[in-house]
Write a protein that binds this ligand. Structure first.
Ligand code: UT7
Length: 303
């Protein structure tokens, strides 16, 4: 990964803002989810273009250098075409572009696809996770309105001879659980929060252990755990079971809420911007979400 970027809508919605119009409170939201505020607004393509532009610039590249665009999203601007088409035009790319939809696991699925494309000869891949969950949420439904947030995160992957590498990964799905979290065409999001919560902790731990096993590493060797930001209690429970101490976990949910496939690249960008990764750092990414899907990856940071 040679560049990264992030984008958040200007509008910040605090817990107090939500408590002013819904039967909820800052105390309930903070205690049950760890969220204090989230950003809402924009479109998936606008946010993706902003994050993508930053990632290309921070890699020291120009739009023409990108060989392929992979956009992870579960909130496309339209059913057809893929939102990657708008992003491709918005960034002035001249390469191929396609969407990946694996719900909140989308960024890690996209990372494995992007990595495979570098093995197939593409030298520079732009991978973006971008979401506007607020657009498919009934903002009068307190159970979901307090959780969702909008945003985008992007990385540039380059096939280089440096130390940075994707060491191992685990991708999984159980389609028999798709009723737990879904949104019909033209409808709004439905989630069985309790059941998703229960399953989430289990799949994050199992999938992370499989990826660690594939890398021949123990969780104690991981320098930074970057989990999907769905609920602070899920992150704490999974990290505890894996034996990863809090200081090695990235938590951004307090500021961004649940941004689905944007949450891991936003958290990664946050860790990079605050100097939490150095060359050689071992990083574990783990996401889960609708499908159900789950995806984990172990990386060595190249710097
Ligand atoms: O990213 C994709 C995957 N998504 C997730 O991983 C989300 C997983 N689930 C969760 O994070 C949690 O289940 C929620 C945050 C969605 C809900 O938290 P919970 O602790 O599971 O609450 P609950 O649904 O069991 O509800 C407990 C109580 C209920 O009241 P009663 O029946 O005990 O009187 C709810 O009606 O809390 C009530 N409640 C609320 N109260 C104040 C539900 N939402 C709210 C709210 N404010 N916003």
């Amino acid at each position: 990964m040679t560049g990264w970027g992030s984008a958040l809508p200007d509008k910040v919605v605090t817990n107090e803002d939500l408590a002013a119009r819904l039967d909820t409170s800052d105390a309930w939201i903070t205690e049950r989810t760890g969220i204090r505020q989230r950003h809402m607004g924009g479109t998936t393509s606008e946010l993706a273009v902003e994050a993508g532009r930053q990632a290309i610039a921070s890699a020291g590249l120009e739009a023409r250098d990108i060989d392929i665009l992979v956009l992870a999203t579960t909130t496309p601007d339209e059913v057809v075409p893929g939102t990657s088409a708008s992003v491709q035009e918005g960034l002035g790319l001249s390469c191929g572009a396609f969407d990946v939809n694996a719900a909140c696991s989308g960024f890690v699925y996209g990372l494995v696809v992007a990595h495979s494309l570098t093995l197939a000869g593409m030298r520079r891949v732009l991978l973006i996770g971008s979401e506007t969950l607020s657009r498919i949420t009934d903002l009068d439904d307190r159970s979901l309105a307090v959780i969702v947030g909008d945003g985008a995160g992007a990385v540039v992957l380059e096939a280089t001879g440096g130390p940075g590498e994707l060491i191992s990964f685990d991708l999984g799905a159980d389609g028999s659980l798709r009723h737990l979290l879904h949104c019909p065409h033209g409808g709004v999001l439905y989630m069985d929060g309790k059941e998703v919560f229960r399953k989430a902790v289990r799949v994050v731990v199992d999938s992370s252990l499989k990826a660690l096993d594939g890398a021949g590493l123990g969780a104690d060797q991981i320098d930074l755990f970057v989990p999907h930001q769905a609920n602070a209690r899920i992150i704490t429970a999974a990290a505890e079971r894996l034996g990863i101490p809090p200081e090695r976990c990235v938590v951004t949910i307090d500021r961004y809420g649940n941004t689905s496939s944007a949450s891991i690249p936003l958290a990664l960008a946050d860790a990079l911007d605050t100097g939490r990764l150095t060359p050689g750092s071992l990083v574990l990414l783990s996401g889960f979400g609708g499908g159900m899907t789950w995806a984990s990856a172990v990386l060595r940071w190249g710097g």
